[in-house]
Write a protein that binds this ligand. Structure first.
Ligand SMILES: [Zn+2]
Length: 472
């Protein structure tokens, strides 16, 4: 029997160009699908979720998060990127057991659902053993979130797996065999709630034999690639995408994370190859990656998604990302305008706006995750990934411009109802899942990981650990 849910009378920001924004509209969900969107839908047998005065949006998409780091949340608030590599990847990575990855992935995915993130790209470079991979997938699966498991590489020994002088080590083949096993065992179909991508290192970060190996592996397995590029001083002058193109590895549907210092020919390469970018604006500002080049991406017509990256250093929700990119990219344009002596009207045309930011957090993110045929907008025929934002909250009411309310006023506390794949995973501000056991597990994981490095105190993971970077 078809199960029907009617989300009734909300301000529906569909993020579907043909449907637009609808006041006092209904969304009818049948099983896992959005069946109908419009006013006065009659569905007598449906369970009703009253959304009068509330704002209905498609679920947010986080296009890149190292979910395994949820166990060590905010252990490193003051880090720049160099210290992060030394302090988090080199120190903590090797100490992770499979059970730590499971605890972190489950807790991090529940955190997403609570914050209205219905799709998560889990960038999992903690594949230290086969058990770690199984544990990561199990955590995602038990949460009920839609996700892309981006299978990465191990973090097993100091400087071994990222920036090391020679990555073509003995583990390389194992890594490929493992990727094949995961593809066959868990992702024989690309239609499930969890799908697979390949999280790679890339040019300028490791020897080119490894780059070619990983790109060819992605092609063999039919997976999209997601890769960090052009960030901080590591990526500032490397021209990583120029090199990738020279190598003939400018594959379509690749996600270039950060992309802070791409040159114009590299932006053209992203566009021409049919690829996209994921900006993590809060962490980019804090850690020194560079600016989230939203206007540049718009100029080139490159799809934009937003991402949270690391829970070690920033809050990991899409409200934070929307605030960060909205403020930083407008601040930068204002500064450029003053320096160039632009007139007011010339400046206004270069300022990003709230509706664009909301698009990037939803349908833009779905394009980046490769799932826009399935999610990212409230469109009949798509999966029912829907979020209701409380329009009566003290920090949201009175609502005048609903997109403005979501982007500029709302926060996690206003996420009232969340549906993933037609399942109500959060209702009336409460997650359906019990949090007690997952929290105990992630706290035990924290205790284990922290015990490896002594008692925390102020500055305990010294930022001076900034490592020398080998150039490949
Ligand atoms: Zn990252």
């Amino acid at each position: 029997m078809t199960e029907r849910i009617l989300i009734k009378g909300g301000i529906v920001l569909t993020q579907d160009d043909s449907l637009g924004e609808l006041n006092g509209a209904d969304v009818l969900v049948e099983d896992d699908m959005i069946a109908e969107v419009g006013r006065d839908i009659s569905a007598a047998d449906a369970q009703v979720i009253d959304a009068a005065g509330d704002i209905v949006i498609p679920g947010f998409i986080d296009t890149h998060r190292h979910t395994w780091e949820t166990s060590i949340r905010t252990c490193a608030p003051d880090y720049s990127l160099g210290a992060y590599f030394a302090g988090i990847l080199d120190k903590f990575g090797p100490a992770y057991r499979a059970e730590d990855v499971y605890a972190a992935n489950l807790w991090g995915a529940l955190e997403c659902l609570n914050a209205g993130i219905t799709t998560l790209v889990d960038w999992s470079h903690i594949m230290n053993t086969p058990d770690h991979a199984d544990a990561a997938i199990r955590g995602l699966d038990e949460s009920g979130i839609r996700s892309v498991f981006a299978y990465g590489f191990p973090n097993t020994s100091l400087q071994d797996w990222w920036f090391g002088p020679d990555y073509a080590g003995s583990r390389l083949t194992t890594s490929g065999e493992e990727a094949r096993r995961i593809r066959t065992q868990y992702f024989n179909s690309d239609d499930g709630l969890i799908t697979m991508a390949l999280a790679t290192r890339g040019t300028g970060y490791c020897v080119e034999d490894v780059v070619r190996y990983e790109w060819e592996l992605a092609r063999e397995l039919g997976l999209n690639i997601t890769v960090h590029v052009a960030m901080y001083r590591f990526g500032y002058t490397k021209l990583q995408l120029r090199r990738l193109k020279e190598m003939g590895l400018d594959f379509p549907n690749t996600t270039y994370i950060h992309s802070s210092h791409l040159q114009d020919d590299e932006w053209a390469m992203v566009r021409d190859s049919g690829s996209n970018v994921s900006f993590a604006p809060q962490v980019e500002l804090q850690m020194g990656h560079g600016w989230a080049e939203a206007v540049k991406a718009l100029d080139y017509g490159v799809p934009i998604g937003l991402s949270s990256d690391v829970a070690t250093t920033t809050s990991a929700d899409q409200f934070t990302q929307m605030h960060a990119i909205f403020a930083s990219e407008r601040a930068r344009r204002h500064e450029i305008a003053w320096d160039d002596g632009l007139e007011w009207n010339e400046l206004e045309s270069k300022l990003i706006n709230a509706r664009q930011v909301l698009q990037w957090a939803t349908i833009g993110g779905a394009k980046v995750a490769g799932l826009d045929a399935r999610t990212g907008s409230i469109t009949p025929g798509k999966k029912a990934d829907v979020v209701v934002i409380d329009g009566s909250a003290v920090n949201v009411a009175p609502v005048i411009d609903a997109a403005g309310a979501v982007v500029c006023a709302a926060d996690i506390s206003n996420v009232k109802h969340v549906l993933v794949d037609g399942n109500v995973v959060k209702r009336d501000f409460r997650l359906a899942a019990s949090l007690d056991e997952p929290r105990k597990r992630v706290e035990a994981s924290r205790d284990h990981l922290i015990s490896k490095f002594g008692e925390p105190e102020a500055g305990w993971l010294t930022a001076s650990a900034d490592r020398e970077v080998a150039t490949a």
